[in-house]
Write a protein of this length. Structure first.
Length: 119
């Protein structure tokens, strides 16, 4: 059985980007993460050890967002890798990162990348 955990619209300030002002001024990023795994055992046991602790996923996201990178793809890849290392039972991961207020012409909510991997 496959179950899903979603972390939705997590807002974190970061300093990612190619342009020098992006690494100095920073901006907010909105992150969405989807995790697939078999969580059926936790349904019966009510034991945190039998599921994936989404608070620990949140910690991984925050830790990786502190590391400045030029590309959001690089940040997303590190997050995915570290979630899988911490929780080997994960079968699928998807992450979407949106940079709010990117330094480009035009009014927009942001620019996003989305990366997913099936294990």
């Amino acid at each position: 059985m496959t179950s899903k955990i979603f972390i939705e619209d997590l807002k974190i300030f970061g300093y990612h980007g190619v342009l020098p002002e992006e690494t100095i001024l920073g901006t907010y990023y909105i992150l969405n993460v989807e995790v697939h795994a078999d969580l059926w055992k936790a349904v019966g046991t009510d034991d945190l050890a039998d599921t994936i602790n989404y608070a620990e996923i949140n910690d991984i996201i925050h830790q990786e967002m502190k590391i400045n990178s030029k590309l959001m793809e690089h940040v997303a890849g590190r997050i995915l890798k570290n979630i899988k290392l911490k929780f080997p039972q994960v079968k699928f991961l998807k992450i979407k990162i949106t940079k709010t207020n990117p330094p480009m012409k035009g009014e927009m909510k942001g620019v996003s990348i989305e990366i997913e991997n099936e294990f």
